[in-house]
Design a protein around this ligand. Structure first.
Ligand code: NAD
Length: 507
């Protein structure tokens, strides 16, 4: 049985106490250190915007020390045997499982994400480490490419120290999704967590070093993107940047990394369509649509934030979504029955509520929500929102809102649905509901999205590729795809015998 709200509150308060007494330090070269400048910033909880404690703000010097530590550690880490690295990653996974409640409770208070999701997210962090532990042994495998007189074969080797820069929506799980394959490949890491949700990154380093990870292999520097993140993406020792965040930030990081020719892996924003045809199983489609926009407070890159509904079922289906949205339980994220918690930060709440005004001004109908949740003015709560009678040219249908806000657009036929779905600068995910199997496959081919789910919500399979097209990203994560980023592929060409070599200057 899950713990009650009161039990969760008590346990969370006990776990959070340690962050109140002194600023959260960086973790550089195996040691906790306060920043060299002494600068700190306040970390607030979205529950009531009170302080959870101060956090060290990383300076250029802190970033330099961390990047050098990662560089110094690289040669020995890459040469640690695969067997030993596998064992270490599995020990990290075990330790995450042991501390899953602590991670989930802290994450809920730091991000406002309901505890029902954060418990699962903590365990997914462990699964990510276990999955890549199993891949360590094959990470360096290459291909044999025999030619007539030569044998070509490929080798893979880690690219070197990498920066991992993560957002605030599910910070612990997302950071493990990057850090686990990097370590499995043999890279060393400097992690910069989002400044609005820094706490569980500190737990991750404790776990990794408790499990025996050598000094310098994983370093964490806290701070803002503009200063700390920028310094990291420009540092000459850093060979690649694994970034998750907004599309505009991804473009900025490309510019920052360009002078040092850094490799960039970017998982960016989305405005993902879910297309519902009249022939679909509408009960299952409704469950999926409601889940994919209102879970995780709508702060989810793969959220289905545009629902495209075939005209004959538009009124009936939008009415069903409204009924569900109005029954969603909003409240304190540590209440196990709560389905929608507060948005991460007052600035983000302002962004989301601004779209309520934009949608009204554009002429869409507010079918439900579009206001702050009146029951708690201290936290960043908004009501789950449904805009209907919208069209693709409206800002609420084309811009990423990143909150519990769904825009419903009617369509007539296949071609209409495809035009609307693809009429977006983004291309992360797309969802399709139909019982016409041919249409399912045709749409899978035609939709501009890196990931397509047919008759399903977002179900992840760890070996499958994850990533976006267009302004939603560059590169893929997952399984062997992760190693394409964290590893360099070398070709080796060996002569099998005495093939003819051109003889210059011999006559
Ligand atoms: P953000 O881009 O504002 O910040 C992400 C990270 O980048 C933070 O750590 C931030 O400090 C850092 N950063 C900001 N400016 C930087 C700079 N100039 N140089 C280096 N680092 C910098 O994103 P956010 O608001 O934290 O997160 C929400 C966004 O993340 C949404 O757009 C969402 O779609 C996206 N996201 C994408 C995925 C995916 O897999 N595609 C997953 C989760 C979230």
């Amino acid at each position: 049985m899950s713990a009650s709200r009161e039990q969760n509150l008590q346990r969370a308060a006990a776990f959070l106490k340690r962050f109140q007494s002194e600023p959260l330090p960086h973790f550089i070269d195996g040691a906790h250190v306060l920043g060299n400048s002494g600068a700190v910033f306040d970390n607030i909880t979205p529950v009531d915007n009170s302080s959870l404690g101060k956090v060290s703000a990383g300076s250029q010097t802190d970033v330099d020390l961390a990047s050098r530590a990662a560089n110094d550690a690289f040669d020995s880490w890459r040469n640690v045997s695969a067997k030993e690295r596998k064992q270490l990653l599995n020990q990290i996974a075990d330790a995450i499982v042991e501390r899953k409640d602590e991670i989930a409770l802290i994450e809920s208070m730091d991000t406002g994400q309901p505890i029902r999701y954060m418990r699962k997210a903590a365990l997914r962090g462990a699964e990510n480490f276990r999955f890549f532990a199993d891949r360590v042994l094959s990470a360096r495998d290459g291909l044999a490419l025999p030619a007539e007189e030569h044998l070509n074969y490929t080798l893979r080797q880690p690219i070197g120290p990498v920066a991992v820069i993560t957002p605030w929506n599910t910070p612990f799980m997302l950071s493990t999704w990057k850090i686990a394959p990097a370590l499995a490949a043999g890279c060393t890491v400097v992690h910069k967590p989002a400044e609005w949700s820094p706490l569980t990154a500190a737990i991750l380093v404790e776990i990794c070093f408790g499990a025996g990870l050598p000094s310098g292999v994983l370093n964490t520097v806290h701070g803002t993107g503009e200063l700390t993140g920028k310094a990291l993406t420009e540092h000459p020792a850093i060979k690649g940047v694994a970034f998750v965040g907004e599309s505009s930030t991804g473009a900025q990081i490309m510019r920052q990394g360009a002078p040092s020719l850094k490799r960039l892996h970017a998982e960016l924003g989305g405005k993902n369509p879910v297309i519902v045809f009249a022939d679909a199983d509408l009960d299952r489609a409704l469950d999926a649509v409601v889940f994919m926009i209102y879970s995780l407070n709508g702060e989810r890159c793969t959220s289905s934030s545009r629902v495209l509904i075939q005209a004959p079922i538009y009124d009936e289906f939008t009415a069903a979504i409204r009924d569900r949205a109005e029954k969603l339980k909003i409240g304190h994220p540590l209440d196990p029955s709560v389905e929608i918690g507060p948005l991460i930060h007052p600035d983000h709440m302002d962004k989301v509520t601004n779209y309520f005004d934009i949608g009204r001004a554009e002429g869409a109908t507010v079918t439900t929500g579009a206001q702050k949740w009146p029951a708690d003015a201290r936290g960043n709560y908004v009501e789950p929102t449904l805009f209907t009678h919208a069209s693709q040219n409206m800002r609420i249908a084309s811009e990423e809102i990143f909150g519990p806000v769904l825009t419903a657009i009617p369509f007539n036929d296949d071609s209409d649905a495809l035009t609307i779905a693809n009429g977006s600068p983004y291309g992360l995910a797309a969802y399709l509901w139909t019982n016409d199997i041919g249409r399912g496959h045709r749409f899978a081919r035609e939709l501009d999205a890196g990931m397509i789910w047919v008759n399903s919500e977002n179900k992840r399979h760890l070996p499958a590729p994850f990533g976006g097209m267009k302004e939603s990203g560059i590169g893929r994560d997952g399984g062997d795809y992760s190693f394409d980023f964290y590893m360099e592929t070398k070709n080796v060409c060996v002569a099998l015998g005495g093939h003819d070599i051109p003889q210059l200057g011999s006559s």
